[in-house]
Design a protein around this ligand. Structure first.
Ligand SMILES: Cc1cc2nc3c(=O)[nH]c(=O)nc-3n(C[C@H](O)[C@H](O)[C@H](O)COP(=O)(O)OP(=O)(O)OC[C@H]3O[C@@H](n4cnc5c(N)ncnc54)[C@H](O)[C@@H]3O)c2cc1C
Length: 330
């Protein structure tokens, strides 16, 4: 039996979020070549997002373009997605578990009274059921959820962090304009302002190298040590929540469940214990290096490399090494 997946495209500044390729690959793995994988693209007029969706393995792009979609409005997005599902009747409506997916997927499931499988690591069909694997209890346990698959299911996928093995193709994906007028929907929420990071402000969610400071830095003045390493590596500084609570660092630099998700090539955690809420923000990091003086700190369970030592001794030495390798003493 062939299945159809409709996936919601999360996009910013005219380009899909990098997680889109992961979503397409997972959807294709789920339904195979016999099934179909379409994207639901809700965007402002002339946004150019559709051109980035060519050659990534989609069968079709279902598009709604409107000036009303220039700025992301969660309620409008959810109402349009629900209307698109009513018309297209996919077997699966798939979102990435991004801020958008976290808002839209539950809203759509509730409004259409559909089953919801949120934040899944994996989805697989088994007979007439769809089985989801997901982490529960602060990511300490993994649970399998079974859902009978005889109508549309709504699901969101956790970001896996791995890169796609798929070669970019040159096949042209057809664009179909869905005849749904965003202006005709009764939307109660108005987005009055959308605040962008100010020029020069650190965006830890996009940095390639992130050095994280935790309560182990002990004193605000010691943050300079962590900043020194980040600078020597061409990276940025992030932090655990206690440093934000202490007002040593701005909220924008907090990593974790109630902060930002980062996906750097390298994350160096300095004096961070590795609480589940912090780890939730670093699952997409390529390489994790932890420096902690407690050999039993939970961060070492997820770190690829670990140093059991006082960060105030190790970090300046790492900075000096990094500067020597880069041929700069500044
Ligand atoms: C609802 C909720 C949401 C939360 N959201 C987040 C979130 O988004 N992000 C987040 O980070 N936390 C979050 N937390 C808090 C989280 O539970 C932890 O309390 C927090 O992550 C701990 O931060 P830490 O590792 O910096 O501090 P600690 O747990 O105090 O760890 C400090 C570590 O530093 C080590 N250390 C001390 N001195 C040194 C030294 N000189 N050299 C090397 N190592 C040293 C210690 O061995 C220890 O492991 C949340 C909590 C709740 C309840």
């Amino acid at each position: 039996m062939s299945r159809d997946v409709l996936l919601l495209v999360d996009h910013r500044d005219g380009a899909p979020e990098p997680v889109t390729q992961q979503l397409v690959d997972q959807a294709r793995g789920l339904v195979g070549e016999a099934g179909s994988v379409s994207a639901l693209l809700l965007c402002g007029e002339g946004s150019g997002v559709a051109t980035h969706l060519q050659g990534i393995g989609l069968d079709a792009i279902q598009c709604i373009e409107s000036a009303l979609l220039d700025v992301y409005n969660p309620e409008l997005t959810a109402r349009l997605a629900a209307e698109a599902i009513r018309r297209l009747e996919p077997d699966l409506f798939l979102c990435a578990h991004t801020f958008q997916g976290m808002e839209v997927a539950p809203w759509v499931a509730a409004s259409l009274q559909l089953p919801l499988l949120p934040n899944c690591l994996e989805l697989r069909p088994e007979g007439d059921e769809l089985v989801a694997e997901r982490l529960v209890h602060g990511q300490a346990w993994q649970a399998s959820l079974r859902c009978s698959w005889n109508g549309t299911i709504v699901a969101s996928m956790a970001r896996s962090g791995g890169s796609s093995t798929r070669e970019a193709g040159d096949e042209e994906t057809r664009i179909e304009h869905l005849d749904i007028d965003p202006g005709s929907l009764a939307v109660h929420t108005t987005v009055t302002e959308s605040i962008r990071p100010v020029e020069g402000q650190v965006d830890i969610s996009r940095a390639e190298v992130v050095v994280g400071a935790g309560r182990g830095v002990r004193d605000q003045s010691n943050l300079a040590v962590v900043e020194g390493l980040a600078k020597a590596l061409g990276g940025v500084v992030a932090c655990s929540r206690p440093l934000v609570d202490l007002e040593w660092m701005p909220y924008e630099q907090q990593v974790g469940a109630s902060g930002k998700t980062i996906r750097p090539r390298v994350y160096i955690a300095c004096g961070i214990s590795g609480a589940a809420q912090h780890l939730a923000g670093i699952t997409d990091a390529g390489l994790i290096i932890a420096i902690n003086q407690d050999a039993n700190a939970p961060i070492f369970r997820v770190a690829h490399y670990g140093v059991v030592a006082d960060l105030l001794q190790v970090v300046p030495e790492l900075e000096a090494q990094a500067r020597r390798r880069r041929g700069s003493d500044h």
